[in-house]
Design a binder for this molecule. Structure first.
Ligand code: SAM
Length: 275
């Protein structure tokens, strides 16, 4: 993965005036995973639950390369809001064919079991959950994601550990507790929880440890990557911003010891599996 400046993300940063809930570091973190999926040839649709005026959908539109569809689910997608969303998406990604590539879905996410989503089960490469913020909303959206996500895909939940939205964190952990072995949290940071299918976390961790720090340093700010045990005792990586004095890996790990961090993760995962 090329860790220099990401031209698509630079373009996204230029569209500051669009009203919405996605911050620059959140965009950088999501762009890293969108780019990684593209670089590794993982094809599949992109789903967003909770679109509003498209502040986050615009980022997804930039990384949607051919043969994929952007499926946007939000009951608010009508009238002025829909017009603004359409304008925002066509401005940022003019090469995108809106009619062909974008599905405007004005339903609540709970209704996603119908039609397109059903026919395309397991076909989604990237799912962003930012719709209803109650525990049950998030829990159900993860149940949907479980059916829709492809083998190598990524799910990102917004507002994870956001002070004003405690039910989101509760919904994620309750889902993980009730469905062991489906998804694992790979990484948390900037109020995002990044999840992958449980049998894919090791390869994602190797990629994250080897390249996420450099990507974010080139495209946002230096970060420190930590290893922690989540409330469910599963090892997870966490991100925080890094000052010049700090090393890229928190705890006991230095950059040149990233292989040790990977080994520590694998060991911890092995121990978890043996419980
Ligand atoms: C926080 S906003 C989304 C912000 C957007 N992702 C951004 O970056 O600007 C939440 C949106 O979720 C929608 N929403 C709420 N409950 C929903 C549900 N059950 N299914 C789909 N969308 C939902 C709301 O209409 C609202 O537009």
């Amino acid at each position: 993965m090329n860790m220099s400046k990401d031209a698509s993300l630079e373009r996204y940063y230029g569209f500051r005036e669009v009203v919405g809930c996605t911050t620059a570091p959140q965009a950088a973190l999501m762009a890293y995973f969108l780019k990684a999926l593209n670089d590794t040839g993982v094809r599949g649709d992109v789903l967003e639950i909770g679109v509003y005026r498209g502040r986050s959908s615009m980022l997804f539109g930039l990384y949607l390369h051919g043969r994929r569809r952007l499926h946007l689910v939000d009951p608010g997608l009508k009238g002025d809001v829909l017009e603004e969303l359409t304008r925002n998406l066509t401005d940022i990604a003019p090469s995108m064919d809106f009619e062909r590539d974008v599905i405007i879905d004005m339903r609540m996410s709970q209704e996603l079991q119908y039609d397109y989503a059903v026919q395309n089960r397991g076909q989604y490469a990237f799912i962003h959950i930012d719709g209803g913020h109650s525990m049950l909303d998030v829990y159900r959206d993860l149940q949907q994601a479980e059916k829709m996500l492809g083998e190598k895909g990524i799910v990102i939940c917004d507002d994870f550990f956001a002070a004003g939205r405690p039910a989101v964190t509760e919904g994620v952990y309750k889902y993980l507790h009730d469905h062991p072995g489906v998804f694992k949290i790979l990484l948390t940071g900037y109020n995002k929880a990044v999840l992958a299918r449980a049998d894919r976390y090791e390869e994602w961790w190797v990629r994250i440890i080897n390249s996420l720090g450099e990507y974010l340093e080139s495209n946002w700010r230096p970060v420190q990557i930590h290893l922690y045990n989540s409330p469910l005792e599963f090892p997870t990586l966490g991100l925080s911003e890094r000052t010049k004095e700090q090393c890229p890996f928190g705890g006991y790990f230095e950059r040149e010891e990233s292989h040790a961090l990977i080994a520590a993760l694998s060991k911890a995962v092995g121990a978890q599996g043996n419980k």
